[in-house]
Structure formats: structure tokens, C-alpha cells
Write a protein that binds this ligand. Sequence first.
Ligand SMILES: [Fe+2]
Length: 249
Amino acid sequence: MIDIHCHVLPEMDDGSQSLEESLDMCAAAERNGISDIIATPHLKNGEHLEHFIERRDAALHRLNSALESAGIDVTVHAGAEVFARSWLEQARELSPFTLCSSRYMLIEFGFFGSESERIEKYVRLLQSRGITPIIAHPERYDYFLCDPELLEYTGSLGTLFQCNATSLAGVNGEQVRRLATDMVTAGFADFIATDAHSCVHRTTNLMNMIRDFSSEIDDTDVELLCGKHPRYILEDMPFPSRKRGYLAE
Ligand SMILES: [Fe+2]
């Protein structure tokens, strides 16, 4: 399996706070059948972009070297979880902030309030620059929970969606679990990832979470969303078109 959303790099954000913690997260990932992790530290609005790239790439190199020394068979790739705001309009180069320098970018928005105009604006902006946006954990956004039609509309713009394994396991409550589960069964979830931040809170123990998924989700779904689909990112291949059902009643 391939984890496309993970705060595994040491001392980059609110995820791992040390190299030891990063190694523990990767060792747990390995035990859970994860071979590749795309490291997605938060990239906030106003951040110094060159400084972010330097810090991230140094942390990535440090972690991959330590993994090799420790004999942990997991490869960590460069990425970011991009908070979609005005800096995207000014940035000359966007490829350093995509997942594995591919055409895919993991983006997030505010959890509450009125984000719909902003979502459409930044989705279109990224597409105009040849990037396919993947919206991180849409099932956790208040406005999508209240209005699944808005989620359907956002999908119709050509975005992909990544659901958190914790959401599907019920960690964020039944309403979030229901929407995430419906997204999987209706073909709206394109990826499942851990969004792990540590070994204690939001972890890389994917198999434990999968055991807590609703029985409506089967092994084929897991294989597709944790294995086959993430491979399109690692190999920078175009994403296959998918038939989506409906989320709104
Ligand atoms: Fe995240």
C-alpha cells in the first residue's frame, strides 16, 4: 500500500517532532503493509516557499538515510499539504509542491465557513497550470457535511478526493464516517490515506483502522484506494476516468 498523506517528516509541522518519532511511524507503516509514504507537511499561506523546500528536502534526505540504516523497508517521497490561498496565484513554480513532482497536488481548505467560491477558483487555477487537485479529507469539512451536493459539484470540476482512514474508522464521529463511507461506495473517494501525525494520535496503523471500516467497504475498495490509485501519482500517470454515483439524497 502507498500512503499519500502523512506528516512523517521530523520537525516540519505539527506532525513528527523528532527523527526517532519519524522512524517509529515508518516502522509501524511497514508492519501495516505500507511500502511508500508521500510526506505532506503543511504548507501555509505566507510561508517562505524556498525555505519550505530546503527544510523539507533536508528532512526527507535525513529520514530516508536513517530508514536505510535502520533496515526499515519504506521509501518516503516529497510532497506537501497545500493550504489553497492567494500565494498560489503568485507562485511561479508549483511543481515543488506537488506529490512526488507529479501532476497531482494535495490541497486543503478551511474546515468551516464559506469556502465554495474559493474552492472553485483554486481548482480552476491549478487546472489551468496543468495540475490535478486532490482535496484532502473533504469528509471533515463542515460545508460538505451539510451540503453533499456541493461535494458532487466540486467533483464535477475534475477534482479528486482523498478520505482519511480515521474518518472511515469512525474516529471523527458517525456523521463524518457516514459521508466518508458514502464517498467510497459511490465512487467519490479516489484515495484513502492515514494523515498520520505521530505514533499515538492519528497514526500509520492503517490495518487497525481498516478493521474498523464499515462492512460496506470491501478489500477491493481498499486495494484500489490505497494501492492502485496512489500508483498513478508515484508514476505520474493520467488518472483513469471514473463513474461516480450520487451523495445527496
Ligand atoms: Fe494532513
